[in-house]
Design a protein around this ligand. Sequence first.
Ligand code: SF4
Length: 86
Amino acid sequence: MTDTLQEFTLVDLLPRSDSQSWEEAACKGDPNHEAWFPYPSQDFAYAREVCADCPIRRQCGEFAANTGQSGVWGGHEYDRGRMIRR
Ligand code: SF4
């Protein structure tokens, strides 16, 4: 990943063609980029707390599962679309 890409959050990286309401995402503009892609031994309490107040939480998790995403989505961690931590 380049320095330029690290300026973006998850929702910034989503395809523009996707119809989800990503503008409402609670993580939009979040500066803690690494918190959304934790190491296996790393807690993701920070990301989980941000997701807890997100109005599109359910849709976000469904998107991650349906499109094979990795990282924290909808308050859970995914690995290529499979939920690995709740
Ligand atoms: S549920 Fe979490 S990861 Fe998904 S858009 Fe909302 S804040 Fe971002």
